[in-house]
Design a protein around this ligand. Structure first.
Ligand code: DQA
Length: 159
């Protein structure tokens, strides 16, 4: 009888892509800071990249902390990893941090701008030390790097 291991078919990896407050305004919002891509364009790009890697993505954007926390809780048992741009909540939300800890789903933190080159209040992230890692400052490309990093991590874990 073949072993369980040899019969296991590699399943598509599932990623939750989570975006916090005001990121629905990307495009017209402070383009010097965040670039001109809309969130829809970023999501479309991620979707096609994920398809090329056989991964499945689910997208949630909200301006409300509780909705983001619910999305993290709902991801338990579904998502293999989370890629999150917590936006302003990066610097303030113990609730989001606790949700990531409670869900125990590997999480990559991403930012369009380099938060360390901006106002001092943006230098602190309440998410960074509960995330696997942080990608900051590459514009829309930060998201692609975040998805790549998450998939890399999951591939590594598989072997
Ligand atoms: C941001 C940086 C945050 O400080 C800011 O509040 C945002 C966007 C970024 O992607 O660069 O809304 O997370």
């Amino acid at each position: 009888m073949p072993s369980r291991r040899s019969t296991k078919v590699a399943e598509a990896k599932r990623l939750l892509i989570l975006n916090g407050p005001n990121l629905n305004l990307l495009g017209p919002r402070e383009p010097n800071q965040y670039g001109r891509h809309t969130l829809k364009e970023i999501e479309d790009q991620l979707r096609s990249y994920a398809a090329s890697r056989g991964a499945e993505l689910r997208f949630v954007q909200s301006n409300h902390e509780g909705v983001l926390i619910d999305a993290i809780q709902n991801a338990i048992g579904w998502a293999d990893a989370i890629v999150v741009n917590p936006a302003a909540l990066t610097h303030t939300s113990v609730g989001l941090r606790d949700a990531i800890l409670a869900a125990n789903i590997p999480t990559v933190e991403v930012h369009l701008s380099n938060i360390y080159r901006r106002e001092e209040f943006r230098h602190q992230s309440l998410i960074a030390d509960v995330a696997i890692g942080q990608i900051t400052g590459f514009g829309a490309f930060s998201y692609l790097l975040g998805v790549q990093a998450a998939l890399h991590l999951l591939e590594k874990g598989r072997s």
